[in-house]
Design a protein around this ligand. Structure first.
Ligand code: HEM
Length: 506
């Protein structure tokens, strides 16, 4: 039961209607020989745009949020919900409500949606936007899920602990970079060996194998903790993470199937921590015992208490990294499965040419332009964390491509990345998966690739809220693809399963 519901979250995180739209676009993967040029530079927009009142309203108290909630989570799904309102208001900036809300959530559902690249980018400016406790909107899961403390992702940049913890996370990743490639290749070989052994009986789903592989890889590179040293965690660690994640996130995830039951039973109240306390305690003990070196560096070099170091490591590992990759790697493989055969051929050629006799290295992967572009294009069309929030620190003006709007201190901005990164003013043929979109001159578009809560050519730091793992994520995905194309000539993928893995002949 749990697997069925959580796999819905993982693999259809924004609702079924949106997924079908995505599948349509992915099925149109092209093999264009030259990527489309950057259509427009945001900074070159005229500054004398007309001033407009933010259109839209929150409706009647209780009723307005309730109607919007049903549209968002049931009748329309998140994609259509935002698209329809853009059309209605003839604006990519407007007022609306987003769940969770009434009856048992205390959260305020009123937001100002920002749905184009230009208005969304205001959320990266920490002078005007505050990020305290709004990781998933005005609703915040209980701190009981995180050891009775607010972990890094819920801290604003003005809170001193944000700097300590973010620097700790980035330092940990940097230090473990020597083991990334060997750990990734060894674990993915184990995964593919197992899948190959099961293939004679028919297609093999990659969803659980990827979770097992990623849980082990991320535990080692983020916390220095090897699950193999703990039999319970080796067998059940990834499922314990899944349950802990699902119970926190369920209230915010639209599920258009099984309605109205989902609305009544899954979206009406926050879940209590005790449902997953056993899972969390087991994961906590694992990190405390096996991650000793990393924890003690958190204490000595970053002035964290032991408890702060452990709970933050666990959150980064489970929520940020494992949660993100559990959505991202399956969508990367799904994009590959829908791509025309010549795309696989080009990827394979590039991987083998750049890898040469030295084997995979950071340098060789950095030279694989098409592999990286494929990874970026997957993140553009299927950003694993679709929603971002930012609260106005003061009154300010926000600009879309067409108008300027006045935002009042305290108002909550809400950006929905799947539409933002299909902004037709920025991306040519925005609904189409173009594998080489980000190669050559197309690299300029990285400024508008926002999946990490910041531009892909930006730098995560203590003074912003960009994902601490930004480069690690794209590099890991590129390494994963490259390693796969060293091992196989072609792979056949459909319905989240491998059906053929054709071993490399040379
Ligand atoms: C596919 C994988 C990942 C995705 C899609 C992802 C996405 C994101 C996004 C969108 C945010 C900003 C959330 C917000 O404030 O609205 C974020 C923040 C963060 N991510 Fe990632 N992430 C991934 C993997 C990782 C990894 C591997 C790490 C570290 C090892 C990491 C560490 C963090 C941290 C610490 C923050 C909070 C940053 C801050 O408070 O300044 N993430 N991530």
């Amino acid at each position: 039961m749990y697997l069925a519901s959580f796999s819905t979250i993982l693999h259809n995180p924004t609702g079924s209607s949106q997924m079908s739209a995505k599948m349509m676009s992915i099925n149109r993967i092209t093999a264009s020989s030259s990527p489309p040029p950057v259509k427009t530079s945001i900074t070159s927009q005229p500054t004398s745009l007309p001033i407009r009142t933010v259109p839209g309203s929150y409706g009647l108290p209780l009723l307005g949020p309730f109607v919007d909630r049903l549209d968002y989570a049931w009748f329309q799904g998140s994609d259509e919900f935002f698209r329809k309102r853009i059309e209605k208001h003839q604006s990519t900036v407007f007022r609306t409500n987003v769940p969770p809300s009434f009856p048992f959530f205390l959260a305020n559902p009123n937001v100002i949606a920002v749905l184009d690249c230009k208005s969304f980018a205001h959320m990266f400016d920490m002078e005007i936007v505050e990020k305290k406790n709004i990781l998933v909107g005005d609703f915040m899961p209980s701190t009981k899920f995180t050891g009775d403390r607010r972990v890094c992702a819920y801290l604003d940049t003005t809170e001193p602990q944000h700097e300590q913890i973010k620097n700790f996370t980035m330092d940990t990743l940097k230090r473990s970079s020597t083991i990334w490639i060997p750990t990734l290749t060894t674990l993915s070989d184990t995964m593919f060996d197992t899948i190959e052994s099961q293939l004679p009986s028919g297609p093999v789903s990659y969803l659980i194998p990827i979770q097992k592989f990623m849980f082990s890889f991320l535990s080692q590179v983020i916390a220095g903790a090897n699950p193999e040293n703990s039999p319970d965690i080796a067998a059940n660690g990834y499922m314990r993470m899944d349950r802990w994640l699902a119970v926190q996130l369920l209230p915010t995830v639209p599920i258009t199937a099984f309605q109205p039951l989902v609305e009544i039973f899954l979206h009406s109240f926050p879940y209590p921590y005790f449902l997953v306390s056993n899972d969390y305690n087991k994961l906590y003990e694992f990190i405390k015992t096996e991650g000793k070196d990393v924890i003690s560096r958190g204490q000595t070099e970053f002035n964290l208490t032991k408890e702060d170091a452990i709970h933050n490591l666990l959150f980064t590992l489970g929520f940020n990294a494992f949660g993100g990759f559990s959505i991202f790697l399956p969508s990367l493989l799904s994009a590959l499965g829908s791509a025309k055969p010549e795309i696989q051929e080009k990827l394979r050629q590039e991987v083998r040419e750049k890898t040469g006799s030295t084997g995979l290295t950071f340098r060789s992967v950095n030279e694989m332009e098409l592999v990286q572009s494929f990874v970026y294009e997957t993140l553009r069309l299927n950003p694993p964390v679709p929603l971002q929030y930012g609260r106005a620190r003061k009154d300010f003006n926000i600009a879309s491509h067409k108008s300027i709007f006045n935002i009042k201190k305290g108002e909550l901005l809400c950006g929905y990345q799947p539409l933002v990164m299909r902004d037709p003013e920025v991306f040519d043929d925005p609904e189409t998966f173009i594998a080489d979109r980000f190669t050559n001159k197309g690299k300029e578009l990285l400024t508008y690739l926002y999946w990490s809560n910041g531009p892909q050519n930006g730098t995560p730091s203590a003074s912003n809220k960009q994902c601490a793992g930004k480069d690690f994520v794209t590099l890991t995905a590129s390494l994963f693809l490259a390693h796969m194309f060293m091992r196989y000539d072609t792979v056949t993928i459909a319905d989240a399963s491998f059906s053929v893995l054709e071993k490399a002949k040379q």
